[in-house]
Design a protein around this ligand. Structure first.
Ligand SMILES: C[S@@+](CC[C@H](N)C(=O)[O-])C[C@H]1O[C@@H](n2cnc3c(N)ncnc32)[C@H](O)[C@@H]1O
Length: 187
């Protein structure tokens, strides 16, 4: 077992990926106490646990898979590619200070980078509807074709944009995170 998985187990966290969010939040101060957070692609729930640790006031998770109940966290089990997701979120809350996405396709061997980018773009479509002006957005992306255009689009919409690879991301993986702050679009 790798050191981050061991640490997660010892500290009662649901996945090693919690350390990616903790690292990014320490560095970029994306989620603050009292914030409302939407977490897209939440299963098994370690980023939701991190949001609780950051003392976010309102936390909503979404995943196609069910998660084990977590007190203080709302959860929608749904496919983000289905347009009903907009109504489902709206029925709970209209806007969020921070939207984070770790969404990724199920992999059996080779990662489908195209599908992965589609899912992240979809997470951003959702973010554009629900993010408050001046809000922050964080998303996992996989380096490869098409990413540049997506990053260019995002750069227009935020005051601050940074591509980064957290310590807990496996070196051999193509995964990086796009960290953005200060959503500029007026509602
Ligand atoms: C890397 S995992 C998230 C791990 C999570 N951040 C954590 O720390 O516990 C990616 C998640 O995206 C979800 N996912 C993939 N496609 C989806 C879709 N179309 N709609 C909703 N969730 C989806 C998967 O079910 C999976 O649980």
């Amino acid at each position: 077992m790798d050191p981050f998985s061991k640490k997660a187990r010892a500290e009662g966290y649901r996945a090693r990926s919690i350390y990616k969010l903790k690292y990014l939040n320490k560095k970029y101060k994306l989620i603050k106490q009292h914030d409302s957070v939407l977490d897209i692609g939440s299963f098994p729930g370690s980023w939701l646990q991190a949001c609780k640790d950051f003392r976010a006031e309102f936390i909503l998770g979404i995943d196609i898979k069910p998660i084990k109940n977590m007190p203080g966290v709302r959860f929608i089990q749904a496919d983000i590619e289905n347009d009903k997701i907009f109504e489902k979120i709206k029925a709970i809350k209209n806007s969020f200070d921070v939207i984070i996405s770790d969404v990724a396709p199920k992999t059996t061997g080779n990662l489908d980078k195209e599908k992965s980018l589609d899912l992240t773009k979809r997470a951003y479509e959702i973010a554009k509807v629900f993010l408050k002006p001046d809000g922050n957005f964080l998303a996992k992306i996989f380096q490869g074709g098409g990413v540049e255009d997506f990053v260019r689009e995002i750069k227009n919409d935020f005051e601050f944009v940074k591509l980064t690879k957290p310590l807990a991301s496996k070196k051999r993986s193509y995964e990086i995170y796009i960290v953005t702050k200060g959503f500029k679009i007026e509602k």
